[in-house]
Design a binder for this molecule. Structure first.
Ligand code: SF4
Length: 686
């Protein structure tokens, strides 16, 4: 069979947005997927799960036709009968219309997230939402807390080019596990180690695969990273590592910060974090004496009730030492704010009515079960149209989520690639294309490229793209917007033109446009993106959200976490596994084989105290419920910490409900955000 190699872009919910080279066989099949060697962030490397994308693309369980449910909710494919696209779209449009006529348009809630990071196939659903005045969706589940923390100090969602990791003398991976979740970071770390003898520090509550490779691993208790960052800064000031000239020029209130930190030394932080004073001081000195120090800020430590404050505290470190000013120095949280794309056309922002209700996606459980804190005076949600996400597994407080989806008065349409556990609760299921079967444009968290990927395969069976489906519904619903009559490529080109960028045909070979700013701009040497041009040690949380600003102005440990009690002494972190990506890939054979089964990592001394042995079943619970899981002794963390990597399907657990049964839908401060790693639990022999 003839083989050709075609370019693409990984669409998955991962900062790397890898440039891909896809082996295409005979126009219909793919073989191996590789990283594009010429894209200077990807450098030819992709993770194993995407390298084996053929398993997912050609999986025998791919949805192939529109389906109407004729049996019980939750059963799966056997409860559905195939119907035509016209019949399916007619039925969805009729259900949305009937619901809106009965309760008002806000009763319908288009619900999506980052099953693709592509703007057209991901965020295009908002055009339908705004055109129809359906309820809006507050996208809090991943980055609301981390965005708030980063914006408080830096002022814009961008940081130093990820390729500069290779030029650093010290790399601090804080709250992330790139070996498992964004492998490209490790490519650049390896270069820095080989060419410069750079050191790697990892801050993470457990000894991850990345921490295994580190020169130094600090394992604070979950939710205490802010205290660690404060104590590090205390030492930087006290021992002469603070760059006072840099701070005088580039920061707002260094004297105020220094005075504030006086009482937040290593002894104070040791009590909160569970680290030793020696560990804290040793790290502070290493960081202080290394000007080319690059902090790769992960998401993990922001998934906590105090997550924004924690991330803000860490972002202050390079502003104290002046590391921002050096090549290979500074920090990166995300570069998704680097390219100012005009999203009006793709998202239909010209039709957005700011008076429409906005519902918090992380609180879909309370929303669907009628919590008035979420619904306000508005109508119940009686119609869901879902693309790109699997809330029956990924949303917190899944006991409530499952109850909500079980409602008989709730109409649900799910547009998906597989019969997920959310799709199994739907009335209508529509088969969706994969990224290899549609066109899209991608920004990236980890690098500076804007990338366009064209379809490399025809759609599988009767699958349609997200854009085609919302356009098909728009026609039936009478949603007025010119974007529905355009192709994905037209939407991309018009968006690029409105953003004063070259259109797709003008993109360099491979479809990658490097939008890297100048060195001075990248390193904020021409000022930080706040109105006063300064990095803010004194956060103006009010500016982010006046209603929810209850955080201290200076970096601090904010003791609002679920820190347990005698009945719930353990701190659970529901961390990402290596072979799954949220719930994507948790049905591909090699990923499932590698992960084995759901496992709780429990400290050996805690296991012994429970009289449990390796592999024994343990019941883990809190006020929201409990579940049974197999335990594995693991000493690479503090004794109070329990780790469950995932996300496994609910059906992988004995009682049919997974780890998010235990996580809370409480909104983190200052304006919401899921708190997946801020959960206290008890353990008992099962
Ligand atoms: S590392 Fe991330 S962006 Fe790259 S291929 Fe894997 S999932 Fe996709």
């Amino acid at each position: 069979m003839p083989l050709d190699i075609v370019p693409s872009v990984c669409p998955h919910d991962c900062p790397s947005a890898c440039a891909l080279e896809v082996e295409r066989i005979d126009g219909r099949l793919i073989g191996r997927v590789r990283g594009a060697a010429a894209q200077t962030y990807t450098l030819g490397v992709v993770c194993a799960k995407v390298a084996r994308y053929a398993e997912r693309q050609h999986h025998p369980a791919r949805l192939s036709r529109p389906l109407r449910r004729v049996g019980e909710k939750g059963v799966g494919r056997d409860a559905f009968a195939a119907i035509s696209w016209d019949a399916a779209l007619d039925e969805v449009a009729e259900a949305l219309t009937r619901a809106a006529q009965r309760h008002g348009s806000e009763t319908a809630w288009p619900y999506y997230y980052r099953g693709t990071m592509g703007l057209v196939q991901g965020d295009g659903i908002n055009r339908l939402r705004h055109a129809m005045r359906y309820s809006r969706e507050d996208l809090t589940i991943c980055n609301a807390l981390s965005d708030a923390g980063w914006l408080a100090g830096v002022g814009a969602k961008r940081g130093v080019d990820g390729r500069e990791i290779a030029k650093a003398d010290l790399i601090v991976v804080w709250g992330g596990n790139p070996v498992s979740t964004q492998v490209n970071v490790m490519t650049h770390v390896a270069t820095a180690r080989k060419e410069r003898g750079a050191e790697l520090v990892v801050v993470d509550p457990y000894r991850t695969a990345t921490a295994e490779q580190a020169d130094l691993h600090l394992a604070p208790l979950p939710g205490t990273d802010g205290a660690l960052a404060c104590a590090v800064m205390h030492v930087l000031f006290a021992e002469g590592y603070a760059d006072r000239a840099y701070m005088a020029r580039y920061t707002d209130d260094p004297a105020g910060l220094e005075a504030h930190l006086e009482t937040r030394g290593p002894a104070w932080a040791a009590r909160i974090t569970g680290l030793s004073q020696d560990e804290i001081v040793g790290f502070a000195r290493l960081y202080g004496r290394t000007k080319r120090s690059y902090i790769r800020v992960g998401y993990g430590f922001s998934r906590s009730r105090n997550g924004a404050a924690q991330l803000f505290a860490v972002s202050c470190l390079p502003a104290v030492t002046g590391a921002w000013g050096f090549e290979g120095g500074g920090a990166l949280y995300s570069n998704h704010g680097l390219v100012a794309l005009d999203r009006t056309l793709i998202e239909g922002l010209d039709l957005l009515d700011p008076t429409t209700r906005i519902l918090d996606q992380s609180r879909i459980g309370p929303v669907l079960t009628g919590d008035r804190r979420d619904l306000g005076d508005g109508p119940p949600v009686t119609a869901l149209f879902i693309q790109n996400t699997n809330p029956m597994v990924v949303a917190p407080e899944s006991g409530l989520v499952h109850r909500g989806f079980a409602r008989t008065d709730l109409f649900v349409c799910v547009h998906e690639q597989f019969m997920t556990e959310t799709a199994a609760m739907a009335d209508i299921v529509l088969p969706a294309t994969t990224f290899l079967e549609h066109d899209d444009i991608y920004t990236a968290g980890a690098h500076t490229y804007l990338q366009i990927a064209r379809a490399v395969l025809p759609p599988h069976a009767e699958c349609r793209s997200n854009h085609e489906v919302i356009s098909g519904l728009a026609g039936r619903l009478g949603a007025p917007h010119p974007g529905f009559a355009m192709s994905a490529v037209e939407l991309i080109d018009r968006t690029l033109r409105a953003s004063r960028l070259p259109e797709s045909e003008g993109f360099p070979p491979g479809g990658w446009l490097d939008c890297r700013p100048s060195f001075a701009n990248d390193h904020f040497l021409d000022g930080f993106p706040h109105a006063d041009g300064k990095f803010h040690f004194r956060a103006d949380w009010q500016a982010l959200d006046a209603d929810h600003a209850r955080l201290p102005a200076f970096p601090d440990h904010v003791a609002v976490i679920d820190d347990g009690d005698p009945e719930r002494p353990f701190r659970l972190v529901a961390a990402p596994s290596r072979s799954f990506l949220n719930t994507t890939f948790n049905n591909t054979p090699s990923s499932v084989a590698r992960e084995g089964r759901p496992i709780a990592l429990v400290h050996p001394e805690a296991l012994e105290a429970l009289r449990l042995g390796e592999g024994d079943r343990v019941r883990i619970g809190n006020r929201q419920g409990s579940l049974v899981i197999h335990a594995r002794g693991f000493a690479g963390m503090q004794k109070r910490v329990v780790i469950v990597e995932g996300l496994w399907p609910n059906h992988a657990f004995e009682e049919g409900i997974g780890i998010n049964l235990l996580t809370s839908a409480d909104p983190g401060l200052p304006r919401g955000g899921a708190v997946f790693h801020d959960t206290s639990v008890w353990l008992k022999p099962a």
